[in-house]
Design a protein around this ligand. Structure first.
Ligand code: DAH
Length: 338
């Protein structure tokens, strides 16, 4: 038996195979249950007791040597394959997970699309602004509370460099470089010094609209907003305008739409009123036109501003504003097909 083991030991150390099939045949020959080494293990019973220790050790050595050599040959095959020496062109490609558009972007794009049918184009402006474009040019009196440290983030203690608190700042940027007719939409991010909660955040998104031409009236404003509401929330949607105040518009209004969850019947979302507020609007104050170099005796205009998060909440019932900036992939994936 000892000789047989030693002979096999020599054999297994020099095994060779040129492909996986040959290698498998070797494995079966030596290591399978019916293989040569297993047969020797079976015969081990008959070995005389005083030889058992030595033979047992040799047998284990043989088994390990066979296993090692087979592993070594297999590793050689695998290394070659991964180097591309053998390329499987029929293998299916790994699937590529596509990203999704953020719900805020989806809704912003939809707002832009709806107003583009009315001839509005997109205008851009900086997020880091100066006091003039955010407040001064928009008829905010110097003592207006919105300029207060409560609401505005200032950059480096310089009261003239701040993060814009609304996209109305782009109105003044557009007016100072363009004469009417002006018909622009200004989407963008705005910042306010608010404690972060489910209902408030220190940054959010707005879309501002501005239309200036000869003979622009409040009726034009109402018609444009009604068209927007029906396109955005469905043809059954009703609007109502409530008088309000903004420094940059006169008269000013806030617009409600009939609650799109209960159809106006009253539910907890609309606090049982049947209406939800979605934007502020009004006729551009003549002071604003003049401050930005537009003749208020020749031209008039309307403006409106809405929060994109608010519209998104209404469309998709997102209950917590923080969801929009936490980048939870489970939340974002829900908008894959939107
Ligand atoms: N800028 C206002 C805000 O941030 C929104 C707004 C109200 C914009 C009325 C307008 C407007 O253009 O006419 O709350």
């Amino acid at each position: 038996m000892k000789e047989r083991i030693e002979e096999l030991l020599k054999q297994v150390k020099t095994l060779e195979a040129s492909n996986h099939e040959e290698l498998e045949a070797l494995r079966i020959k030596y290591l399978s249950k019916k293989g040569e080494i297993s047969a020797l293990f079976n015969d081990f019973r008959n070995v005389a007791n005083e030889e058992k220790k030595e033979i047992g050790k040799l047998l284990n050595e043989l088994k390990n040597a066979a296993q090692d050599r087979i592993n070594e040959i297999r590793a050689g095959f695998e290394a070659k394959e991964s180097k591309g020496d053998s390329l499987d062109l029929t293998r299916t490609a790994d699937s590529i997970a596509l990203g999704t558009r953020h719900p805020i972007s989806l809704v912003r794009n939809e707002i832009i699309d709806i107003f583009s049918h009315l001839g509005f184009t997109v205008a851009d402006g900086p997020e880091v602004e100066d006091d003039w474009h955010v407040f001064g040019a928009l008829n905010f009196p110097p003592e207006h509370p919105a300029r207060d440290m409560q609401d505005t983030f200032f950059v480096e203690k310089n009261p003239d460099v701040l993060l814009r608190t609304h996209t109305s700042s782009v109105q003044s940027r557009v007016m100072e470089r363009t004469q009417p007719p002006i018909r622009v939409l200004c989407p963008g991010r705005v910042y306010r010094n608010e404690a972060i909660s489910a209902r408030a955040h220190c940054f959010f998104h707005q879309v501002e609209g501005l239309y200036i031409d000869k003979n622009v009236s409040f009726a034009d404003l109402k018609q444009a907003l009604l068209y927007f509401a029906k396109e955005m929330f469905g043809p059954e949607t009703k609007i109502r305008l409530r008088p309000s105040y903004f420094p940059f518009t006169e008269p000013s209004a806030e617009m409600d739409i009939s609650c799109n969850l209960c159809g106006g019947k009253g539910c907890s979302f609309c606090k049982h009123t049947g209406w939800v507020e979605i934007l502020g609007c009004g006729m551009v104050d003549p002071n604003v036109l003049e401050a930005n170099g537009i003749d208020s005796k020749v031209y008039s205009g309307y403006a409106f501003g809405m929060g994109v998060e608010r519209i998104t909440n209404l469309k998709y019932q997102v209950k917590d504003l923080r969801m929009f900036s936490e980048n939870d992939i489970r939340f974002l994936r829900q908008f894959e097909n939107a």
